[in-house]
Design a protein around this ligand. Structure first.
Ligand code: SF4
Length: 433
């Protein structure tokens, strides 16, 4: 049993976890394959944040059940769904052989080595989190994810994350600096610092604050671009806005999850900020960084969300004019405060209507904001050739915007300077300067 295939669902944190799993296995002489037909171990890194994400996994397991009939393969489930269900996974699905929770993923090579084919087994015991060193992204070696904290203390009432990833633990700042220096030495240009709430980094272990961490990374490493995910509005302070504005290496991209524009709903969500305080931060961000790329998350149809609450969200989007947004309908997650205390009373049709309306609104704002970027100049790293042509390159700007431009293999060597010249559909097109 040597050849493994991994598929990853969910957030960037899961991508980073998959990278760590891949490297742990490679270091232990396992071989990664790009085609599941050539694997004898299939690893699925799962997400529990939305019911739709879990349903996809059940669908994939149906697919692998058929594969298993053709070939002797071991199916391993890791990630949040593994932690949430543990041994119950085997009750719901007989295709899975091994379940490895969020605390045990660094043990995967050992677990596989000791696995006897005759039994099904779950490893979900909580233990001290070990932060792994980071590696260049397999799809683009100029980028890397760097996990700076694990877990979350916020208990937003709809969210399952604190139950499957535990309380927040921050990685030592010195370890992070060393990790990033090693990445820079390998040619990485961009790091994305990851945590469920990066802004509260260091608060539980008396290490430096997140703002100080950004400054140290800027000044003590050779990395060129620093991005971070996710920020929580209650901990996103004014000083951080100044750090982002003043530290040249910190990208002008902020993902700040609003979730709702109604104070009633924000309170029930346990978000601990008001729409007014959120607006103040946005106003300051735009004043200090006029070209900021500001993105967000929105949930509609939260229990008890009235038409007026929903309109508050709609009007907030109109007023703030985010550059982009991830928008969802509320769905119940097991054992959360919202499930135990609120009735999921907004009819599905109404949720869909509200979602459709905000998606339409945000699409037009996203487009208008992109039109306003025509003639702007960007630093860009090349991601891949565009699907349409081998002479066109899909790149990522320092502000985390996608842009297409003419180029060849040489563009992949370093940072390109690109001027945006037009918008086609929702895609920015540029030219090399
Ligand atoms: S901040 Fe809230 S939404 Fe984000 S992971 Fe923590 S509990 Fe979930």
């Amino acid at each position: 049993m040597r050849f493994f295939y991994i598929e990853t669902y969910g957030c960037q944190m899961n991508k980073a976890d998959s990278n760590a799993i891949i490297n742990e296995l490679l270091e232990n002489d396992y071989i990664q394959v790009d085609d599941y037909n050539n694997a004898d171990i299939i690893i699925i890194n799962t997400c529990s944040v939305r019911i739709t994400a879990e349903n996809r996994i059940w669908g994939r397991l149906g697919f692998y059940k058929n594969q298993k009939k053709k070939k002797n393969i071991v199916i391993v489930i890791v990630g949040c769904m593994a932690q949430r269900l543990g041994n119950d996974f085997f009750k719901f699905n007989d295709t899975v052989d091994i379940v490895i929770g969020t605390y045990q993923k660094d043990n995967i090579a050992n677990i596989l080595r000791n696995y006897g084919h005759d039994k099904k087994i779950a490893y979900i015991e909580e233990k001290q989190i070990k932060f792994s060193n980071s590696f260049p992204d397999r799809d683009n070696s100029k980028k890397a994810f760097v996990t700076i904290s694990h877990g979350c203390n916020n208990f937003c009432s709809y969210c399952i994350v604190p139950y499957v990833r535990g309380r927040e633990i921050s990685r030592s700042s010195n370890e992070i600096i060393n990790d990033i220096n090693n990445l820079a030495a390998k040619g990485v240009i961009q790091v994305t610092l990851l945590g469920q709430n990066v802004n509260s980094y260091g608060s539980e272990n008396n290490d430096i604050s997140f703002n100080e961490l950004l400054k140290r990374i800027s000044r003590e490493t050779d990395i060129k671009w620093i991005k971070f995910l996710s920020s929580h509005p209650k901990d996103f302070n004014d000083d951080l806005i100044e750090v982002v504005a003043e530290e040249g290496k910190v990208a002008n991209w902020i993902h700040l999850a609003l979730q709702s524009g109604s104070n009633n709903v924000l309170k029930k969500m346990n978000r601990k900020y008001t729409i007014e305080s959120f607006m103040e931060k946005v106003e300051k961000l735009k004043r200090y960084i006029p070209k900021i790329n500001l993105t967000t998350d929105i949930i509609v149809g939260f229990p008890g969300e009235t038409e007026n609450d929903y309109l508050d969200t709609y009007n907030s989007l109109k007023q703030i004019r985010f550059d982009d947004a991830y928008m969802y309908k509320y769905n119940i997650r097991e054992n959360t405060f919202a499930q135990n205390n609120y009735i999921d009373d907004i009819p599905e049709e109404e949720k869909t209507d509200r979602l459709t309306q905000i998606i339409d609104l945000q699409r037009s704002i996203t487009r208008e904001n992109k039109i306003n970027r025509i003639n702007d100049q960007f630093e860009v790293i090349s991601e891949c050739f565009s699907k349409k042509s081998e002479n066109e390159i899909l790149g990522l700007t320092k502000e985390d915007l996608m842009i297409i431009y003419n180029g060849d293999n040489s563009c992949f060597l370093s940072i390109n300077k690109i001027k945006a010249v037009r918008l086609e559909g929702n895609t920015l097109y540029g030219e090399k300067i």
